[in-house]
Design a protein around this ligand. Structure first.
Ligand code: SF4
Length: 293
């Protein structure tokens, strides 16, 4: 299989067959992000390479029903290209019913609702969007390249097309003293949409990120671990939609998951217990020893 650099996929895609169709990120500017530092330039895989990998998948996992396209944002590819990838994939994996990938909010913008419907018919569904937050000042400071209104506008297009989506939320992105405010603003945005999963990660600042420079310059200050937990608690508390909340993955010292609204009280009680039983120093120790996400 052709895999370039570190392969990232959401925890819930663990059972999906992975296929590289792009490498790296077309944006590459988010201040906190170091995920694709080992892939300096965005690259689209040639069809010959994709077919070679599909032949390999056919040999080892011919019964795959779900494919997860690898790369930071394969959904940036044109509708025609995504359609071609779906068609070729189905030639090799005949039981394939759905295709997922990471997408940026800006990847949806150039696609019309009728194009998105065509992609849905071909199997594109449950795409994962790293929206990070609905807090405009954090989105702007971190150079995410879109604002909260764009999240709503583009995800509503997915709703119209019947493409389900999951969100990644980045706890800590609003910065010191602003965590709860960021959570409230995010809940306002998420409550107007229909994410199937809200996956939360906790911000871990690495020295090779642009954000680290800002911290050294004194232009941005990190939230404490306790503030991050309070932020996550505030987000859960204010979410009014039916969704699955999941804080899984290494950036979270504590794994939490549950359905909303039914498990809301339990999730909040779990966070309260963590805040009672672990000191800031213990949690900070986990963070600074987290060598890799
Ligand atoms: S956070 Fe996502 S969109 Fe931003 S640079 Fe990293 S991979 Fe690209």
């Amino acid at each position: 299989m052709h895999f370039t650099g570190t392969v990232w996929r959401p925890p819930y895609e663990a059972w999906s067959a992975l296929l590289q169709v792009t490498a790296g990120c077309t944006h590459g500017k988010c201040k906190f992000c170091t995920l694709y530092n080992d892939v300096p330039r965005f690259r689209m895989s040639p069809v010959s390479e994709i077919e070679e990998d599909l032949r390999e998948l056919y040999r080892y996992a011919p019964d795959s029903t779900r494919l997860f396209l690898v790369g930071a944002n394969p959904f940036v590819l044109s509708t025609e290209k995504l359609k071609e990838i779906a068609r070729i994939s189905k030639q090799y994996l005949q039981r394939l019913t759905s295709i997922g990938c990471f997408a940026r909010v800006t990847d949806i913008a150039p696609k019309t609702i009728s194009e998105l419907k065509e992609l849905r018919v071909l199997g594109y569904n449950r795409i994962t969007i790293g929206v990070e937050t609905g807090d405009d000042s954090a989105l702007d400071f971190m150079d995410k390249g879109y604002c909260a209104a764009d999240i709503i506008e583009q995800c509503r297009k997915l709703d119209c097309a019947g493409i389900e989506y999951n969100f990644f939320y980045l706890t800590g992105i609003s910065g010191f003293g602003r965590g709860k405010d960021g959570a409230e603003k995010t809940a306002e945005v998420f409550n107007r949409l229909a994410p199937k999963i809200v996956g939360a990660s906790m911000l871990t600042v690495y020295p090779d990120s642009a954000l680290y420079e800002d911290i050294l310059l004194g232009s941005w200050k990190e939230e404490s671990e306790t503030e991050k937990l309070a932020e996550m608690r505030a987000l859960i508390e204010r979410l009014e939609i039916r969704t699955h909340f999941a804080a899984l993955g290494a950036s979270n010292m504590f794994m939490l998951r549950g359905d909303l609204p039914s498990d809301k009280e339990k999730l909040i009680a779990d966070i309260d217990n963590i805040m009672r039983n672990y000191s800031e120093e213990e949690m900070r120790g986990y963070r600074i020893n987290l060598k890799h996400l």
